[in-house]
Design a protein around this ligand. Sequence first.
Ligand code: PGA
Length: 250
Amino acid sequence: MRKKIVAGNWKMNTVIAEGVELAKEVVKESASVPADVKLILGAPFVHLTSVAAVVGGTSVALSAQNCADEVKGAYTGEVSAKMLASVPVEYVILGHSERREYYGETNEKLVKKINLALAEKISPIYCVGEKLEEREAGKHFEVVAAQIKEVLFTLTAEQMKNVVIAYEPVWAIGTGKTATSEQAQEIHAFIRATLAEQFGELAQEISILYGGSCKPSNAKELFAQKDIDGGLIGGASLVASDFVAIAKSF
Ligand code: PGA
């Protein structure tokens, strides 16, 4: 059985007090979410300690949105995986398209980040997805396959067990334009088949989340697809009732 996951990606939104309030509301409403659905809150770095105090001892897990690609030392402004583990943080979103696009994150850097996170027992939520022009040129399978192969194929099966994948078509992020459930299922199945080339049966155990304008009104149809195991939620994760409604859509 694959883990069902609904993870919020708050991105660069909320100040600490607002983030704490949001986390409190999610914890309060999480009682109504089926016990087999894992809720994760992806908070900004400076919020993590405060939000950890809210979710500690509850079923809601905490995620960071990035980590450094070096262990420690003279890297001004960076936050290491070890620092995140000391919060503690259980997950880290890595390779989000915004980080690939605006901060020059390459597959090579992401391999380092994933290894450092796993070494600290933090599960990466590894993001893949094609841009609009790539989809229009029919290159989406090729693009996603490269993001999977160049990064995840470098891992051992033991490491891979602790990785979550999020497929997020860049053209659907924050645009209100969602992939149809057929488009999403098609590429999720492709991702699982690609994983199977390297990891065999283990591919059946890896949770693959959909992200990109996922909201209460479309989550049910998306989550009903065979290879969609949950969602990575941006905008709708900033409203506790919407986030929880999405988690109740399975
Ligand atoms: P969105 O963002 O739900 O606001 O489209 C998803 C994401 O970027 O993770």
